[in-house]
Design a protein. Structure first.
Length: 130
């Protein structure tokens, strides 16, 4: 298994993230800001479109059911960007997922009672659904 190198860099970005930032160029549909990728001029993340696309939704469904604020052209542009830069976007998404799980674990450690209660509520809700 190849080890992932981590070197703290500017603004908290890892060396790998900085290298990816240089490789992945933005286009007329996608822009990079706030350490993420976004549909240009909107508050819709590339992540959210990619996850819907990977779930099997069509561009038309993504636009109509998930992000009516976007044009169909913007959704197709985001999907095209993902298809062109798939490996880099997948690595970015994997890194974001890893960071999120680390954040969740830190919160669980800091607030164990709150998480115990939340888990009980979720378990109860799940039991009532069955």
């Amino acid at each position: 298994m190849k080890r992932k190198l981590f070197f703290p860099f500017r603004d908290g970005l890892s060396y790998n993230a900085m290298a990816r930032e240089r490789r992945m160029t933005t286009n007329e549909y996608i822009e990079q800001r706030d350490n993420g990728y976004w549909v240009r001029g909107t508050r819709v993340s590339l992540d959210s479109i990619v996850y819907r696309f990977l779930e099997g939704l069509s561009a038309e469904s993504i636009r109509a059911d998930c992000f009516p604020v976007l044009t169909l052209e913007q959704v197709y542009g985001a999907i095209a960007y993902y298809l062109r830069h798939g490996a880099e976007v997948d690595a970015y998404l994997q890194e974001a997922d890893t960071e999120y799980e680390s954040f969740r674990e830190r919160l669980r450690a800091e607030y164990p009672e709150a998480h115990r209660r939340l888990d009980a509520i979720l378990q109860d809700a799940h039991a009532h659904q069955q």
